[in-house]
Ligand binder design. Structure first.
Ligand SMILES: *[C@@H]1O[C@H](CO)[C@@H](O)[C@H](O)[C@H]1NC(C)=O
Ligand SMILES: *[C@@H]1O[C@H](CO)[C@@H](O)[C@H](O)[C@H]1NC(C)=O
Ligand SMILES: *[C@@H]1O[C@H](CO)[C@@H](O)[C@H](O)[C@H]1NC(C)=O
Ligand SMILES: *[C@@H]1O[C@H](CO)[C@@H](O)[C@H](O)[C@H]1NC(C)=O
Ligand SMILES: *[C@@H]1O[C@H](CO)[C@@H](O)[C@H](O)[C@H]1NC(C)=O
Ligand SMILES: *[C@@H]1O[C@H](CO)[C@@H](O)[C@H](O)[C@H]1NC(C)=O
Ligand SMILES: *[C@@H]1O[C@H](CO)[C@@H](O)[C@H](O)[C@H]1NC(C)=O
Ligand SMILES: CC(=O)N[C@H]1CO[C@H](CO)[C@@H](O)[C@@H]1O
Length: 888
């Protein structure tokens, strides 16, 4: 019977013995032979493998396996009708003779092949006659093609397919011939070969850094959703971007990237062929290929399209402290006092929704938080900063004339409206019934600025935390549900949590200024972050700090990010590392996780380990909903360890600040995996329990409870242990590093100079403190580094060139300090001490700017030269030198 069914479609056409090459013809749940054969596809039922049953992989995307219903070879698809060269490249029209299985298939399409740069190729496939929704992201528009590219594009006419190869190696980067293109109004599906089964990216999902589909079928869903970050669910953000490793014997490992510029709900399926399949319910096919060849190159090329990250204010690099349910100003005061008494460096105090009056945005509870404005001003007087939370749901039930955010919003008509109506769509969030601002409506910017400014007059907050902006809704769709039109219930629903597009959010049929919520849902957080960033600039005239939970490609231009409502477990601590590395790839490098865990109560051991790790997150915030977990609440011993971690972070801030500058100006990630720096060392593929800050600092945290060693990989290079400065002997191997509770393993890479500063009580208090340099020499005794410095808060320090920029270099026993730009002089920059690692011979004398300097010592066993008592003004705009002579 089974054979009969298979052969009934057409024996030859269904003969695909390579199961990894079968492409799913029925991605909806509960496929049957009848439904499959109705699509004229091949039916061969597959059992879930015993291994999967054994592993009990239960969730909605694990356990996906070989499709039972797959395309026959001759499944109807498009063929090229016309093909002509254009200024930007080539334009084809493709047609299909008959509809297949989805309603409203579009049978005539236009294909643009755009040769944008030598390393960037763009493929657009859209309806030849009717304009369709396109993602409102301002991407570069290229009118004229480049003549020389690193890629070759070829076209298959019949059936239509696109093939892209890397010229230098011949490796296939894209090949859509593997399965038929389906292009219907609400269902677009296409596939391509991958160059290897190794991918990075495709977020936001909780997953290890490396996506390895050597032996695995994987389904990832993209639809922003408020849910605890557990594996296999669609989460808060959408980033349909990945980096694919190209592996071929005897050629160096290259990387390329692929970005699907589409904001509709989608699934991305991966299978071991290896191949990728995109299934989206709207928009057009707008696909970018970036040819790297390094991973950093791919990331730069991607950020050229989506926008570079914002430069954060300097103070936001410090330690942030928050808690849900301080519940009273006395509790809040007690926390601030014990942090102060215990002398922890700390910069930013936050409050959560419990400080609001009845959970109303832009209010505070004048009873339980009586005196909050004064408390904020007192913090600010000490150089600290304050951030408050704002959710998008605006209460719609306050008496008219009493609640400006709603009244003014109604007047300006900036709320999302019900389908085919001018009435706001009403859902339910923390304050009860709420309307949802439409941040794609340009009038919403002025409204948001206006209500935020009014509140800023009461509490002068320094940054805004935008939460719940998936947007989250405690009732599905609205308080009266949704319509049953094709936006709310499309013919195909990706594998979203809750099985409908309106689960825990607003009806997709709701209307926004730019389009339906169906098309814009995934960008809700993006547009809110943009509006909030603009509002803060207008209100404070200073560099904005925004923290957003929901994000989309390009959100890094406006906001930082945290990984949402994790739990206090060692596993959650581990998953924070792949998440932060991935968000660096996504262009939101200023990311962190709730340190010590958000849900469940932490333990002293976990919180100690996590504070050590968190000291190396770009964004460092301890936040939770359980019992108190601020550092000052723990035992004396734990406090000392946490303080060490914080002092370590604060001493590296000049390095971090310079990295932020390079991210904003030159598209460099702050944090990256070992594999990106050591691409030809296969041991590094997928390492995600260790990471690099910039290119120079290797962090290897202990992520396992009750252990005192870390099994870590130290790549082949020169590495020095921090802070001791001794050189690591065993490199290029996995090794057990000593990691008792009081120690986080940190290594400095030879060849780099790290600018550091003596920490103050907070970053503003410490600004004028002396600087130090950590010089980690390479084998040949060389090293380079740089330092960017400005007032830390102005909007235009780059444009007006009101900053300082130094280049440091070390070679031939000489450290050169070159003040390239020295225009910011409001704060002293004195170099006090230099530590040079890897000085292999005893030092006899030291000269500073040609004069003998007696303030030095040489550590023989560890081969470290320390030059102290320098008191060197780095702002003297010239080249300054520190030289040393060694014994022969
Ligand atoms: C590409 O080649 C054409 C013809 O040779 C030339 O006119 C044009 O300037 C070149 N474009 C670029 C960007 O080099
Ligand atoms: C990828 O997966 C395969 C099959 O499960 C496994 O053998 C291999 O070690 C994995 N590779 C990496 C780099 O993790
Ligand atoms: C839109 O609303 C108008 C007036 O209420 C109604 O006549 C019309 O049928 C509605 N259209 C749709 C598509 O629901
Ligand atoms: C929505 O309409 C479809 C088709 O008209 C129907 O099958 C489905 O049951 C309806 N759903 C609801 C919730 O009314
Ligand atoms: C945290 O724990 C709760 C309760 O066990 C669970 O429901 C939730 O999914 C967990 N969250 C994560 C991120 O694992
Ligand atoms: C670690 O050791 C402590 C004390 O022996 C024990 O209570 C705890 O359960 C252990 N933690 C884990 C995760 O095994
Ligand atoms: C080290 O610096 C010297 C002098 O600047 C230069 O000649 C040499 O090429 C450098 N070596 C390396 C490995 O960069
Ligand atoms: C026990 C506990 O606190 N669980 C929480 C874990 O985190 C999720 C997401 O925030 C909460 O919903 C749970 O209540």
């Amino acid at each position: 019977m089974l054979l009969f069914i298979v052969w009934s479609v057409s024996a030859q056409q269904c003969d695909q013995p390579l199961k990894a090459a079968r492409f799913d013809c029925h991605p909806e749940p509960s496929v049957t032979s009848e439904k499959c054969l109705a699509r004229k596809c091949c039916w061969q039922p597959q059992m879930r493998s015993m291994i999967q049953l054994f592993k009990n992989t239960s969730s909605n995307s694990a356990g996906i396996n070989v499709p039972s219903c797959y395309y026959p070879r001759d499944f109807p698809t498009y063929q090229v009708k016309t093909n002509e060269p254009t200024a930007f490249g080539q334009r084809l029209t493709i047609i299909k003779q008959q509809s297949t299985y989805m309603p409203n298939e579009i049978l005539s399409l236009t294909v643009d092949l755009i040769y944008e740069t030598a390393q960037r190729f763009r493929l657009r496939i859209y309806d030849s006659t009717k304009k369709r929704f396109e993602v409102p992201l301002s991407v570069p528009v290229i009118q004229t093609k480049v003549n020389v590219t690193d890629y070759d594009v070829s076209i298959s006419q019949k059936p239509f397919a696109i093939l892209v190869k890397r010229k230098s190696t011949g490796i296939t980067l894209f090949d859509s011939s593997v399965s038929p293109l389906i292009y219907a109004d609400q269902f677009i599906r296409f596939s391509s070969y991958l160059s290897s089964p190794f991918l990075y990216g495709l977020g936001e999902h909780r997953q290890p850094l490396l996506i390895n589909v050597t032996n695995e079928w994987r389904k990832l869903t993209f639809w922003t959703r408020d849910t605890p970050p557990v594996q296999n669910n669609n989460l808060y953000g959408v980033h349909a971007f990945h980096i694919n490793l190209e592996k071929k014997n005897n050629t160096p490992n290259n990387f390329h990237g692929q970005f699907f510029l589409n904001s509709n709900a989608m699934d991305i399926d991966l299978q071991p062929l290896p191949a990728i399949t995109y299934t989206t319910v709207g928009g057009i096919i707008d696909l970018y290929l970036f040819t790297g060849p390094t991973a950093q190159d791919v990331i730069q090329q991607y950020w050229d399209v989506i926008g570079k990250p914002t430069m954060p204010p300097y103070w936001s690099l410090g330690f942030h402290l928050c808690r849900y349910a301080y519940n009273s100003i006395d509790n809040l005061r007690a926390v601030i006092k014990r942090m102060h008494d215990a002398q922890f460096p700390y910069d930013v105090q936050w409050t959560d929704i419990d400080a609001m009056s009845s959970h109303l945005d832009f209010t505070y509870d004048k009873t339980t938080f009586n005196g909050l404005p004064d408390l904020v001003r007192a913090l600010q007087a000490e150089g600290k900063h304050y951030v408050n939370i704002i959710d998008p749901g605006i209460s719609s039930t306050q008496p008219s004339g009493t609640y400006l955010p709603y009244d003014d919003g109604l007047k300006r008509a900036i709320f999302m409206t019900k389908f085919n109506s001018t009435q706001p769509i009403i859902g339910k969030v923390w304050p009860g019934l709420t309307a949802f601002p439409d941040f794609t409506n340009e009038n919403s910017i002025e409204w948001w600025t206006n209500v935020a400014a009014t509140f800023h007059d009461i509490i002068p907050f320094d940054g805004i935390w935008i939460d719940m902006n998936e947007p989250s809704n405690f009732v599905d769709g609205s308080h009266v549900g949704c319509t049953n039109n094709s936006l709310d219930n499309p013919p195909f629903v990706p594998h979203v949590l809750g099985n409908t597009l309106y689960a825990f959010t607003v009806c997709p049929s709701a209307q926004q200024a730019l389009s339906s919520h169906y098309n814009l849902h995934n960008m809700y957080g993006y547009f809110e972050a943009r509006a909030t960033n603009l509002a803060l600039k207008t209100i404070r005239h200073k560099r904005p700090f925004v923290l957003s939970r929901s994000s989309f490609a390009g959100s890094g231009q406006f906001t930082a990010h945290w990984t949402g409502d994790n739990n206090s477990t060692f596993e959650d601590m581990y998953f924070s590392i792949p998440a932060i590395i991935s968000f660096n790839i996504f262009g939101i490098p200023n990311t962190g996780a709730d340190i010590c865990g958000f849900g469940l109560d932490t333990t002293e051991e976990l919180c100690t380990r996590w504070m050590q790790l968190g000291a190396f997150y770009p964004f460092m915030r301890n936040h939770n909903a359980g019992k108190d977990q601020d550092p000052a609440v723990f035992s004396w011993t734990a406090q000392q360890i946490m303080k060490q971690a914080l002092l370590m972070r604060y001493s590296f801030i000049p390095f971090w600040y310079t990295l932020h500058h390079q991210a904003a100006m030159a598209s460099k990630t702050l944090v990256q995996p070992l594999h990106f720096e050591f691409p030809n060392d296969d041991n590094t593929i997928g390492i995600d329990q260790q990471f690099l800050i910039g290119r120079a600092i290797l962090v290897s945290p202990n992520l396992v409870s009750n252990t005192t060693v870390v099994h870590a990989y130290i790549p082949q290079d020169v590495w020095y242990e921090f802070p001791s400065g001794s050189q690591v002997k065993d490199v290029g191997i996995f090794t057990d590093l000593d990691a008792p509770l009081e120690k986080i393993n940190v290594h400095i890479r030879g060849g780099f100079i790290i600018p550091m500063q003596i920490p103050g009580d907070n970053l503003m208090m410490g600004r004028g403190n002396p600087f130090t340099l950590l010089v980690a020499q390479s084998i040949s005794g060389n090293a380079t580094g740089n330092l960017f410095w400005d007032d830390g808060d102005s909007l235009d320090s780059i444009e007006t060139k009101t900053y300082n920029y130094f280049e440091f270099s070390c070679s031939l026993n000489t450290l050169t300090i070159n003040a390239i730009v020295a225009n910011y002089k409001d704060s002293p920059m004195r170099l006090e001490l230099v530590r040079i690692l890897g000085v292999s011979k005893p030092v006899m004398s030291v000269n500073v700017n040609g004069k003998e300097h007696n303030g030095f010592f040489y550590n023989i066993p560890d081969q470290i030269l320390v030059v102290h008592s320098l008191d060197m003004d780095m702002l003297v705009q010239s080249i300054q030198k520190i030289e040393w002579t060694t014994a022969h």
